[in-house]
Design a protein around this ligand. Structure first.
Ligand SMILES: Cc1cc2nc3c(=O)[nH]c(=O)nc-3n(C[C@H](O)[C@H](O)[C@H](O)COP(=O)(O)O)c2cc1C
Length: 205
């Protein structure tokens, strides 16, 4: 079982990285093979809306997107971790999800002529297990969380729930203090357990 954590923070070892690490460590304890990608040092521009992926069946913009996309394809489950920036996901995470979601759709479908209806044949993400993780100092958590959920929901992913939203709380002034959020630590362990459980069941099918 492969679980990939994606850290959408510009700070590699900030709170988002720490909360993701907590979830990945718990998943590893339960037997998962875990890995993490930090988007902060990647050349990853936003979708340019060229629609090149419709014909090419992959994103035609050549930068660091391709190896990240490949790693996502190899994973059974992905943990999407983002800090909350102005009540939203970061630009890094948005760039990745726009390009992955759009090119992944056209990899599995053909553009229809005007007047023809779509019967979508899924996407390359069909059946992939996804859980969002958001980190904020004060507010905007549910908005950013909902953005990640919305991406997963329209890309045919299997979204895993928890007993609380997968959110970590950060201190003021950019403080990196995840250890002070005891509840958040428990939440990260809980989501890891549920993701591992879900993938185990799916892999037995
Ligand atoms: C540009 C910017 C925007 C932010 N917007 C919010 C916000 O809307 N709500 C909030 O609670 N915290 C906000 N924060 C605080 C961060 O979410 C918080 O510091 C978080 O720990 C950053 O993640 P990191 O530690 O992984 O870098 C913002 C921080 C920055 C730099």
């Amino acid at each position: 079982m492969k679980i990939l954590g994606i850290n959408g923070s510009p700070r590699e070892n900030g709170n988002t990285g720490a909360f993701l690490d907590m979830a990945l460590a718990r998943a590893a304890e339960l037997g998962a093979e875990t890995s993490k990608i930090w988007l902060g040092d990647k050349a990853l521009r936003g979708c340019r809306g060229c629609y090149g992926c419709v014909e090419a069946k992959h994103c035609v913009v050549e930068d660091d997107f391709q190896p990240i996309f490949e790693a996502i394809m190899q994973a059974d489950a992905i943990l999407l971790g983002t800090p909350v920036y102005h009540a939203s996901m970061t630009a890094e995470m948005k760039a990745l999800l726009d390009r992955a979601g759009f090119s992944g759709r056209w990899a599995a479908n053909a553009m229809k002529a005007k007047g023809e209806n779509y019967q979508w044949a899924g996407s390359v993400f069909s059946g992939k297990v996804v859980a969002p993780i958001t980190v904020a100092r004060r507010t905007g958590q549910v908005l950013a969380f909902a953005e990640l959920l919305t991406w997963a929901a329209c890309n045919d992913c299997i979204i895993v729930g928890n007993t609380y939203w997968n959110m970590g709380v950060a201190g003021k002034g950019g403080a990196i203090n995840p250890e002070e959020d005891a509840e958040g630590i428990g939440i990260m362990h809980g989501i890891a357990e549920r993701v591992v459980h879900t993938v185990s069941k799916l892999n037995k099918e």
